[in-house]
Design a protein around this ligand. Structure first.
Ligand code: HEM
Length: 133
């Protein structure tokens, strides 16, 4: 897992350093399901992109028992639950595949091995958030 996390951190660093990466993620994610686009109709997407950029770092560090990441992902678990933003569990698969699709387009060193690491690493925080639904 340690090795997967370092691969993912480097890959994310390469992707996010190129302009257009975060808007591309939102384009893919919002187009993936009409219900998702509807949830973001009143959202300032520019602000949301900044929040996402930071929270992806937290999601990546979460499997390492990092304290700050645990708190951050715990907060997302609370805000996205049934009584909060009410993000149904099936949406997280689309979140994950949209992020990985955007990374594959923006990480110039992307490989299928890096993709496998992304899949593994993201799933751990997602499982934790979904358990709190
Ligand atoms: C692991 C995956 C995800 C992460 C890391 C994440 C992260 C965040 C963060 C940091 C915020 C802002 C602060 C907060 O409320 O906690 C937020 C808000 C939000 N998220 Fe997520 N999110 C994830 C998955 C999803 C999914 C699958 C959806 C499905 C539609 C979603 C929809 C929303 C909405 C609608 C908001 C509120 C936007 C607003 O303020 O108008 N999120 N998310």
């Amino acid at each position: 897992m340690k090795d997967d996390i370092s691969k993912v951190r480097l890959s994310y660093g390469r992707a996010i350093s190129r302009s257009g990466f975060l808007p591309q993620f939102y384009d893919i994610f919002l187009a993936s399901d009409r219900a998702i686009a509807l949830k973001f109709v009143n959202t300032d997407l520019e602000k949301q992109q900044e929040l996402l950029a930071m929270s992806v770092n937290m999601v990546i560090l979460f499997p390492q028992e990092n304290k700050i990441a645990k708190n951050a992902v715990g907060r997302i678990r609370k805000s996205h639950c049934r009584e909060g933003l009410n993000i149904e569990p099936h949406f997280y698969g689309l979140w994950k595949s949209s992020l990985i699709q955007a990374v594959s387009e923006y990480d110039v060193e992307y490989t299928s091995q890096i993709e496998a690491s992304w899949q593994k690493v993201l799933q751990i925080a997602i499982d934790h958030i979904v358990e709190g639904y």
